[in-house]
Design a protein. Sequence first.
Length: 442
Amino acid sequence: MVKNPSKKTISFYTLGCRLNQSETTVIQRTFENDGYHVVDFNHPADVVVINTCTVTENGDAETRRLVSKVNRLNPSTRIALIGCQAQMQKEKLAHLPNVQWVVGNGVKMGLQAIVEATEPQAPPQVITPTIHRERFTMPAVGIDRFHTRANIKIQDGCDFFCSFCEIPYARGRARSRVFDDILLEANALAAAGHKELVITGINVGTYEDEGKNLLDVIEALEQIEGLKRIRISSIEPTTIPDRLIQKMAEGSKLCRYLHIPLQSGHNTILQEMKRKYTVEEFSRFVQYTNNTVKEICIGTDVIVGFPGETDEHFQQTVDLLKTLPIHYFHVFSYSKRTMAQSGHLPGAVDPAVIHQRSKTLRHLSQRKRDLFYQSLVGTTQEVLFEETKGGMAAGMTDNFVRALMPSNIDLHNHLKRVDLISCQGSTLLAETSDSLSHAHSR
Ligand code: SF4
């Protein structure tokens, strides 16, 4: 309900990672709680918030493109640019037309109060204070009406300083959310009907709050009634305790899913990247996990074109990814970032070569994903359905495959055991003979 009908309209756009999405949802709730009316990004609004990303040059360019689009839709919109690019490139962003606020990561969760305190004719407000290492809480519950799975932020920042990455500057040093504050939000999300929570953060394996670690968080979430699945969005390979793998193997609420960034399949490049493992250690871990957790889906991130990456280095990455039980990869073209140490390394790779390497890995990823999907034909899996359209219900298994099943009724937010009967591209076709009487809708 709109508390104050004279309040303004606002729209949101999120660039970048799942953590940004999770934060936007919470920020949106703080505005809604104050009576703002949230409209679609393609509709004119009084205030537009863009939660920016600076992981690559493309992310930077996307902000400028979005600002132009907003100005074409409504030249009197006041624009707030918040997040990573705002933290790193405040001068550039403050000069873009109609940008009223540039708000960094340390204070962006308080955006609503900043917007309210700004006079209509005020000059651009640039607020990007230094981010301190402090435990934190979140200002609202991120109930997400548009997605079946809800994100829950438990951690921010990073101390690892990988040489290609600006995150320790854009988001500050590693810090963790107050343990009880996580549980408060998780309980509220479960009470609102969310059956799956996705744990998000920058380096979630380093979570630490008054002696509690990531496993403590997962075990506490498992106790919450109504919550059926807990998924970890992405985790650094060196921070995964063995107990976590055992939990997946035991069939707990923890999804059989791991996204662990590899970045390169060659030790020389890994060393230059300042990653904390060797190819051999990573491989052993992936093999062990795949042997321990039946039907687990393992995904990874790879960077192509890191300075000094030769054809031989790249080929070793391809060969490794071909042989390891990794089921898909996100491929990133190397992008020089101002604060990242790798900016000083010699051996820049030709953009045409980067493009070709990226294409090679994307094709390989698609093939491996298809093979994984095919390997699940004939198995029974539990699917959390997300939508029903044109007589077909679509959802995800806990091991992160998309399943489609004929249905004449809306299965949104129903959890059902289904038989996977065939594979069509990147979708598995499912059927069930169960009655729906046990399913609960949100
Ligand atoms: S682990 Fe490395 S890549 Fe990941 S956020 Fe930290 S510094 Fe960046």
